[in-house]
Design a protein around this ligand. Structure first.
Ligand SMILES: Nc1ncnc2c1ncn2[C@@H]1O[C@H](COP(=O)(O)OP(=O)(O)OP(=O)(O)O)[C@@H](O)[C@H]1O
Ligand SMILES: [Mg+2]
Length: 260
């Protein structure tokens, strides 16, 4: 894999993630009809961390994020966010609390302008109009291509630009924690690197991120800690550096060869 992302992130310096968890998922069970997709997932994210969830197709990564953000209702389990149990709350209530989900497959509104897509990201967020205008400017500064194309229909953007728009729209929701579902999906290696840089940049600004990825090495390169999901269960967890050396992770998710 030549994405230019070959080093796992160094161990946290002791300050990052030192506090109590801002997001804690405990024994999460989710069903699709009769089929149990998650069998008791537990994970936590502490303020200032990037935490990755890696795993193969169908492992349950997106289902975990959908349950956290209220898109689907858990069968059982707790989801504690910023001091309250949010399991069972509606998704717009969860956004308002500061937990924003950028879903798989980008899902921008193709027939609306780039700017309107961004403004829609602020729709459920707390805050006044002046604040929203400032946020819009910040996002257009962050991704100059979005400023250039702000009047264009979002559907005319390239895949990589749509991913930037999707992340940017999420940021318009003033998240305390950002949930990113496979931002690298379908992107060329150079753009995967750009997405990784964006995640790191956001984290350097203080954003706490739960990142779901099939691209395990990319995820481990930006995350402080990671969880491996397999068949609806957490199979391995730990600091990214340790997971990148774990023989099972290497064999199953990093292409079989140890990466240095
Ligand atoms: N809407 C749905 N209805 C029924 N089953 C579903 C639905 N969405 C997902 N599943 C099933 O739940 C399991 C977990 O799916 P999920 O989408 O969470 O996997 P994932 O880890 O995100 O995979 P991918 O990397 O392919 O996105 C799979 O067996 C999948 O087939
Ligand atoms: Mg998925």
């Amino acid at each position: 894999m030549s994405v230019g992302v070959t080093q796992p992130r160094p161990e946290p310096n002791g300050e990052v993630g030192a506090g109590a968890a801002i997001l804690r998922v405990s024994d999460l069970v989710v069903n699709y009809g009769q089929v149990e997709a998650l069998h008791g997932i537990s994970l936590e994210v502490r303020p200032g961390e990037v935490v990755a969830v890696i795993g193969s197709n169908g492992a349950g990564k997106s289902t975990t994020l959908r349950a956290i953000s209220g898109m689907i209702r858990p069968t059982s389990g707790r989801i504690d966010f910023d001091g309250r149990d949010i399991a069972g709350l509606r998704s717009h209530q969860i956004v308002r609390l500061g937990l924003v989900h950028v879903p798989e497959g980008r899902q921008v509104f193709a027939n609306q302008s780039v700017r309107d897509n961004l403004m829609l990201g602020a729709y459920h967020a707390q805050g006044d109009q002046g604040g929203t205008s400032r946020l819009l400017e910040r996002e257009l500064d962050r991704f100059p291509v979005l400023r250039e194309r702000q009047d264009q229909l979002a559907g005319t953007l390239s895949g990589g630009e749509q991913q930037m728009l999707a992340i940017s729209r999420g940021l318009m929701g003033r998240p305390k924690v950002l949930l990113l579902d496979e931002p690298s999906m379908g992107l060329a290696p150079l753009l995967v690197r750009q997405v990784a840089d964006t995640v790191q940049q956001l984290n350097a600004e203080g954003m706490t991120i739960l990142l779901v990825e099939q691209m395990a090495m990319m995820a481990l390169s930006v995350a402080h800690r990671a969880y491996v999901v397999q068949n609806g269960t957490i199979r391995i967890e730990g600091p990214s550096g340790r997971l990148a050396r774990d023989p099972e992770v290497v064999r199953a998710y990093l292409g079989g060869a140890a990466q240095h």
